[in-house]
Design a protein around this ligand. Structure first.
Ligand SMILES: O=P(O)(O)OP(=O)(O)OP(=O)(O)OC[C@H]1O[C@@H](n2cnc3c(O)ncnc32)[C@H](O)[C@@H]1O
Ligand SMILES: [Mg+2]
Length: 204
């Protein structure tokens, strides 16, 4: 049970439906209800920092200031070893078309750029997630999670969101888009970051 959140509700400052669903499912067994940024009519702030934690702070503090409630944000993305960590904080930007996001385009670009590095280029990558819990008084807490894996081609699976169809976690022979939701949450960058948040805020 929560020590810190009134009514065991938490505002999650994201406009990404896939993230919101995963965070909601991970927190459900702890009796925590999640309210999303769209439900609160919050605007999407510009992500102007060049680090995950910087952008996560922008999103969380904007929501906490606008509502007067503690707000949890998620800034995440994929770092590709063969591309010196790109796209990193620009993971969402690789999918932008000016007319919505196209993840087939983004995944094709990732595969093409790795392939261009030559046949020996590593396919290894990491999904990274930084959560920031911002309080209306301006202080914040940071929680992080990483999942290592390989980028496969062609893409596989229909579940999940974003780059899931090309990401095969270490020790698995299926992609995140071929996994049971609960299984992805158990091993994912987001699952690990939310576990750290739970330890920090809901236990003891
Ligand atoms: O900023 P908010 O509103 O939270 O939503 P967003 O989708 O813009 O989120 P980010 O700015 O953090 O960009 C993260 C990008 O990384 C991708 N991503 C993050 N976690 C992922 C996951 O678990 N599976 C697949 N793709 C993921 C996601 O699709 C985005 O393109
Ligand atoms: Mg974003």
């Amino acid at each position: 049970m929560s020590r810190k959140f009134e009514g065991d509700q938490i505002l999650v400052a994201t406009h990404n439906a896939g993230k919101l669903q995963e965070i909601t499912e991970i927190l459900a067994p702890f009796g925590v209800k999640v309210v999303g940024a769209a439900e609160m009519n919050l605007p999407e702030p510009e992500e102007t920092e060049d680090t995950f934690v910087g952008n996560a702070r922008i999103k969380a503090h904007a929501a906490a200031q606008a509502t007067g409630l503690p707000a949890l944000s998620d800034d995440s993305g994929i770092t590709i070893d063969a591309l010196d960590g790109a796209p990193g904080v620009y993971t969402a930007d690789w999918a932008e078309t000016g007319n919505g996001r196209d993840f087939m385009m983004a995944m094709t670009r990732a595969n093409d750029e790795i392939t261009a590095k030559g046949p020996d280029a590593p396919r290894s990558a990491q999904f990274r997630c930084t959560l920031v819990l911002a309080w209306p008084d301006g202080h914040d807490e940071v929680f992080e999670g990483v999942m290592a894996g390989d980028l496969v081609w062609p893409i596989r699976g229909e579940a999940g969101f974003g780059y899931d169809p090309m990401f095969m976690p270490e020790g698995y022979d299926v992609t995140c888009a071929q996994m049971d939701k609960a299984e992805k949450n158990r091993i994912s960058h987001r699952g690990r970051a939310v576990s750290a948040f739970i330890k920090g805020c809901f236990s003891g």
